[in-house]
Design a protein. Structure first.
Lengths: 112, 109
């Protein structure tokens, strides 16, 4: 069974530029998460989807971050414009209802 | 909201020794407590989890205990091996999974 797939794995951009990350969850998983992990810290939830509905986006900085999950499968997370403090690993994860959360390998963002 | 504290931040042991990592949580409604292992540059991977209707769970060299009254849960690794070296995260969940700050475990041969 394929795991959670993310792209790109690595991205270096200049500040004020836009960036987008893509995620393909495990087949059949209706819940999709985007987490941000700063160096030396635990993952922090940005947004959680149940199918195509964003049910928890309280931690998403909505002035510059946006996300979508069209058709309730793949998802994209966008940052525009990026700031230096956005440098982190962006982890996508998925689960079936009430069960284990599986993480992707992450998208490593460096903003210079 | 939920707050999870994890100790210690760093743990060094000799191969064959036991390692214990402790976490506390704040939301008494939390009912799911997974532990993740994250190797450098890799994804967090679930190693064991426990639900609030169980006090202890064991899987080979790994065990987790839960004290709901005190809102504590712990990870126990016995007979540690160098390949156990990684960062370990605890987490607590009711409707949202909240992670601890991580413990860097170093097992020396």
């Amino acid at each position: 069974e394929a795991g959670v797939v993310q792209s790109p794995r690595y991205k270096i951009i200049e500040k004020k530029q836009p960036v987008a990350f893509w995620c393909n969850p495990i087949s059949g998983h209706n819940t999709l998460y985007w987490y941000r992990q700063n160096l030396g810290q635990g993952p922090e939830l940005l947004i959680r989807y149940e199918n195509e509905e964003a049910v928890d986006d309280s931690q998403l900085p909505k002035d510059r971050f946006s996300a979508e999950r069209l058709k309730g499968v793949d998802s994209t997370l966008k940052i525009q414009p990026a700031e230096l403090g956005d440098s982190a690993v962006y982890l996508c994860a998925s689960s079936s209802t009430g069960n284990t959360i599986y993480f992707g390998e992450g998208s490593w963002l460096t903003v210079v | 909201g939920e707050n999870v504290e994890q100790h210690p931040s760093t743990l060094s042991v000799q191969e064959g020794d036991s390692a214990v990592i402790k976490c506390t949580y704040s939301d008494s409604a939390s009912n799911y407590f997974p532990w993740y292992k994250q190797e450098l540059g890799k994804r967090p991977q679930l190693i064991i989890d426990i639900r609030s209707n169980v006090g202890e769970k064991k899987d080979q060299r790994i065990a987790v205990t839960l004290n709901k009254t005190a809102k504590h849960f712990s990870l126990h690794i016995t007979e540690t091996q160098p390949e156990d070296s990684a960062v370990y995260f605890c987490a607590a969940s009711y409707q949202k999974l909240v992670f601890g700050t991580g413990t860097r475990l170093l097992v020396s041969p």
